[in-house]
Design a protein around this ligand. Sequence first.
Ligand SMILES: [Mn+2]
Length: 228
Amino acid sequence: MTFCNPLVQRFSANESGRDFAVGDIHGCFSKLETALREIRFAPEFDRLFSVGDLVDRGPESQHVLDWLDRPWFHAICGNHDLMAWRRAVGDPYPAVDHVKHGGQWLDQHSKAKQERIAQRLRELPLAMEVGTPQGVVGIVHADFPYDDWQAIHHERFSAGDRETCLWSADRYRTRYMQPIRNVRAVVHGHVTLSRMAQLGNVFYIDTGGWREGGQFTLLDLQTLKVAG
Ligand SMILES: [Mn+2]
């Protein structure tokens, strides 16, 4: 089974601007641009970190390559990004039908473009660590299977653990309140909520900006407050 590579990408603290995390984008890049304008996002200073699920469902999934080229935009892999690149390389994720879950857009593009998209999506890391003056913030798409963030750096962090990071909603479903140790906060998307939720030091920021009536939540990683 092939997973995200590398596992964790690290960023040192932003000395000159603000850092934001955004929930699942699902091909709604124009709507995201509007949300960024509203907080006066300054691409020359600020950075935007995506919790994954860049593609599928929305109308502009094919713009993912342009976005991944922007020097201020950084993303991890979500379960939809995994499904998209796996199907594009002819090795579909077995447990879930990508086409039925918003993946039809992929078939409208040439084999060559599909391959370029697959190449970029498969390079996305499983997690990011972003430095802030108050400590490191971890970003993982769906869930984190341990009470200690450092587990992600251990050899025993298994293929099953990586599956949990991409697909699980257990911590949210069970309202597990235990904070994750050795990290300031952890940010997830994947679970779509009407407003941001917090369990211990774990933040759920997918407020459905990609769907009718939803909006993007931009979480300021330095203050851990919602921007705007
Ligand atoms: Mn997801």
